[in-house]
Design a protein around this ligand. Structure first.
Ligand SMILES: O=c1ccn([C@@H]2O[C@H](COP(=O)(O)OP(=O)(O)O[C@H]3O[C@H](CS(=O)(=O)O)[C@@H](O)[C@H](O)[C@H]3O)[C@@H](O)[C@H]2O)c(=O)[nH]1
Length: 395
């Protein structure tokens, strides 16, 4: 049985991933310090529905499936918490069998502050983002160096590391010919938020560790994710993942569908030509699962662009308007002055073939998928708080 350690197991992607691997029979341990929930309380942003604690969710999962997901509550920016997961000192906050699972075969690293607006609220939130994201990644690198260089790490990076260059975006690497000589380098990176910049710095830490200590790392450069319905959560609402629609933690399509359902005009920032690669939450699970099955080699930093299709903000607003109107909603669009500093019209042509080549079958955003997303959000309509949708955190 493979042992999978999930850092950031309480988050939007961490918890569905934990259930996904557990359902397939893996020995799963999740770690989290409840950063996301605490930030949601501190900043008073709305979640679509309440979510039981990580410990409660693990107990519910066990009651329903007979499988255990071991839970550790701790701050991975503290090196001793991280190292305890490799040398057996970790204390389980929940587990049926509290015996140490041993060195993990695979570590899924989601334990990061994931929001661009959060990282730019002010200098304090900027520092929290930088300190958390870089220390967690560095603590992981040193734990692997000291305890297990064979463990495969799958890190969630972001397409935002590349920014919006005026050339095609390759999958992580670029061959350069300069004055008659050739070499291969990380693709140039230029992020448009501090959060995204920490992901660039993560890549540098990981690439250093791969070069020095022959670690095995897959970096998934993910675009904005949408949706919350995953197979393992079907049939029990208490197992649904955290879903934000507010300005800070909500991603674009999750926000637009929620806005449409509650009659709030869709918040298109600036000209709306900002184009990104999007993916369904179920494809995040697939991409991580396929990467786990076909790990990076020793001394390899393997980079995949984890997106399934690209849309501009305007295109997504149109799609949400059309489907919303067919469902009887009076959906309107408002063009707001862009609170972010970003290109509003730009070239965007990223490669994203690597994950398909290792077996991922994309779920595309069809009208049916969008309609089913509307129906899922409608169930919680009364919980939606319009006042948290836009507060205008400026870059
Ligand atoms: O109400 C809104 C919200 C966003 N946008 C625009 O939509 C685009 C995407 O915004 P987003 O908030 O969905 O995505 P972003 O801030 O880039 O961050 C999200 O998507 C990233 C992938 S990517 O965008 O870098 O490819 C992940 O890394 C992050 O964790 C996740 O929060 C941006 O141009 C933004 O200005 C709007 O027009 N209106």
């Amino acid at each position: 049985m493979s042992h999978i350690l999930i850092l950031g197991g309480d988050g939007y992607l961490g918890w569905p991933t934990a259930m996904h691997f557990s359902a397939q029979g893996a020995d799963v341990t999740v770690v989290d310090n409840y950063f996301r929930r605490n930030a949601c309380i501190e900043l008073d942003v709305g979640m679509l529905y309440p979510v039981p604690t990580l410990v409660q969710r693990a107990a519910i999962w066990h009651e329903k499936t007979g499988r255990q997901i071991k839970v550790v509550i701790g701050d991975l920016a503290d090196p001793e918490v991280m190292r305890g997961l490799f040398d057996g000192r970790a204390e389980y906050a929940w587990a049926v069998d509290k015996k140490f699972s041993g060195i993990p075969d695979t570590v899924l690293h989601y334990a990061e502050q994931p929001s661009a607006p959060y990282s730019l609220i002010n200098y304090r939130y900027a520092n929290i983002t930088i300190a958390n994201n870089l220390l967690v990644t560095n603590n992981l690198m040193f734990s692997l160096r000291d305890f297990s260089r064979q463990t495969h790490v799958i890190h969630i990076g972001t397409m935002g590391e590349y920014g919006t260059p005026n050339i095609d975006i390759e999958e992580g690497w670029l061959d350069i010919e300069h004055k008659g000589r050739k070499d291969r380098f990380l693709f140039p990176r230029q992020a448009s938020s501090l959060y995204h910049t920490t992901k660039i710095m993560d890549t540098d830490l990981m690439w250093f560790a791969v070069r020095m200590w022959n670690l095995r790392i897959t970096d998934l450069m993910q675009g904005p994710v949408y949706g919350f319905e995953t197979t393992e959560a079907e049939g029990d609402q208490r197992l649904r993942t955290i879903f934000n629609y507010d300005e800070i933690f909500g991603t674009l399509l999750n926000r637009f569908v929620t806005q449409a359902v509650v009659g709030y005009p869709l918040t298109v920032y600036g000209k709306g030509g900002q184009t990104r690669g999007y993916l369904n939450i179920n494809d995040t699970l697939q991409c991580v699962a396929m990467s786990e099955k076909t790990p990076a080699k020793s001394g390899e930093l393997r980079i995949f662009n984890q997106i399934m299709e690209t849309f501009s903000v305007n295109e997504l607003a149109d799609r949400v308007c059309n489907v919303g109107r067919q469902l009887g909603y009076d959906v309107k669009v408002q063009n707001l002055e862009n609170p972010r500093k970003e290109a509003e019209e730009h070239y965007y042509n990223p490669a994203y073939q690597g994950l398909v080549d290792i077996g991922v079958k994309p779920h595309y955003l069809t009208d049916e998928v969008l309609a089913s997303f509307f129906h899922a959000v409608e169930t919680y309509r009364d919980n939606i708080r319009p006042e948290v949708i836009f507060r205008g955190i400026k870059w």
